[in-house]
Design a protein around this ligand. Structure first.
Ligand code: GUN
Ligand code: FE
Length: 452
């Protein structure tokens, strides 16, 4: 396919996990589908010629102090919870769900309310550089379809699930599926409708099989969802071993771990992403590796609801695929920048330990910390790998999903002063200090979806 658009500027990305690659002043060549056909570096012999061609065509050229980052991939968002971001976070998870979250999610029976919230949320996420999102919607078929349509219209790559909560004993009467059969039938309708909608988009929207979590579903519901995921070869998402209560509850109900239960119902696999996974042990980690299931690490949310810190470094070394999620609104922030920072901080606290009355030698977990570049990899490359999509790197064969960061923007200039301005330092400053103000443009698969 021929090149239809060019982007010229300096790039930060991590083709190897945790290892920064900085490419100065490259020319990104993009085809009509919005895929990157070539990244031409200044050392390549045809750079001057390619640049001359680009200047005759459609060229987006960055200014000094501006950089390209890959669009971020958010692996865990509860779209209906956006109106309560920051609210009631001092309650434990089960109280927060029963008293705050379920009454709010029940309101999405009203599709016009859903539309109003989802329009705003998708725009807010794009404005923070998030180009691909794995969403939980609600139990409502119509409102869940609305979310997929809004992603399609606004140009975001949305993977959307109609949530299943079919256990009458576990869920409130005012918010659950009408029956297990209805939950499965509506999930199937949802899959077909979203697959139809996908044909009208160029960046893609995807249906996702979405049991809320094991405690809210019947055995028949879970088994039926596993079969649907297999029949349509679609993505799967749920929560897995998030907090002590969930982990213990599933162990008690089945006599096996959340991970084993999900696997046995056919709900793990190469297109499965499980949120949190704070309590998975090495044996569970092995199941994640064997099945190709990914973890959505949600560090801000985990600080409130997890009852512990996930050993990301250990899981990564075990070979588990990991990306980042905001978990709106268990996590209050719609920004993966904020979650990158928290992922680093939580890992440091895990390594050092938190109880100063204990001797330093047995206060923490050795070798647990991750760097901010590791966390940047999770938000980009890790997310792409989790979803099995060619996203998260600025590289040939990948979708052209870009954020344009302006470090000199007058609304929030990042500290420069002629010192500490090497590429790695520049990226560290961006990851720690940039706000939505600094994100001047966002592109999804070669189309501009946000400009400030
Ligand atoms: N477990 C089941 N539902 C939820 C939810 O909405 N948020 C979080 N953080 N955990 C859950
Ligand atoms: Fe969640």
């Amino acid at each position: 396919m021929s090149i239809t658009k060019y982007f010229k500027g300096s790039v930060f990305h991590t083709p190897t996990d945790g290892v920064l690659e900085y490419l100065e002043d490259v020319l990104i060549c993009v085809d009509a589908e919005g895929m990157i056909e070539r990244v031409v570096t200044t050392e390549q012999s045809d750079y001057p010629e390619m640049l001359a061609v680009a200047k005759q065509g459609t060229l987006v050229e960055l200014q000094k102090g501006q950089y390209f980052l890959p669009g971020f991939v958010d692996l865990h968002v509860h779209a209906p919870q956006w109106p309560q971001a920051g609210v009631a976070l001092d309650e434990p998870l089960n109280v927060w769900l029963d008293e705050c979250t379920f009454p709010l999610e029940a309101k999405y029976a009203d599709a016009s309310f859903a539309s109003e919230v989802y329009q705003d949320l998708v725009a807010q996420l794009l404005a923070r550089g998030t180009t691909t999102v794995l969403y939980f919607a609600t139990v409502h078929l119509e409102a869940s379809l609305q979310l997929a349509k809004i992603c399609a219209e606004k140009g975001q790559r949305g993977l959307v699930g109609k949530v299943v909560m079919d256990d009458f004993d576990a869920n409130p009467d005012f918010y659950r599926d009408a029956s297990t059969a209805t939950a499965l039938a509506e999930t199937e309708t949802f899959i077909k409708e979203v697959q139809k909608l996908a044909k009208t988009t160029h960046q893609g929207v995807y249906p996702v099989v979405t049991p809320r979590f094991v405690p809210s579903c019947t055995d028949e519901g879970l088994a039926g969802l596993g079969q649907l995921a297999q029949k349509y070869d679609v993505h799967i998402q749920s929560h897995c071993s998030e907090g002590q209560w969930e982990h213990d509850h599933v162990l008690e109900r089945f006599g096996k771990t959340d991970t084993e239960v999900l696997r046995d119902f056919g709900l793990l696999g190469e297109k499965a992403v499980m949120a949190h996974c704070n309590f998975i042990d090495e044996k569970d980690g092995e199941i994640f590796v064997e099945t190709g299931t990914a973890v959505a690490h949600c560090p801000i949310s985990n600080a409130y609801f997890a009852n512990g810190v996930i050993p990301i470094k250990r899981l990564k070394e075990q070979g588990v695929t990991i990306g980042l999620g905001t978990d709106i609104s268990g996590g209050f922030s719609p920004s993966l920048y904020d979650n990158i920072k928290q992922a680093v901080m939580s890992s440091r606290m895990l390594e050092d330990g938190v109880d100063v009355t204990l001797p330093q030698t047995n206060r923490g977990v050795a070798n647990a910390r991750i760097s901010v570049i590791d966390a940047f990899s999770l938000a980009t490359k890790g997310g792409g790998e989790a979803l099995r999509l060619p996203i998260g790197l600025i590289k040939e064969g990948y979708a052209c999903d870009l954020q344009v960061i302006d470090t000199c923007y007058s609304g929030n200039p990042l500290p420069a002063f002629g010192v500490l301005n090497q590429p790695k330092e520049q990226l560290q400053k961006i990851l720690y200090l940039a706000t939505a103000e600094n994100i001047r443009q966002v592109w999804v698969q070669g189309k501009k979806v946000h400009e400030k």
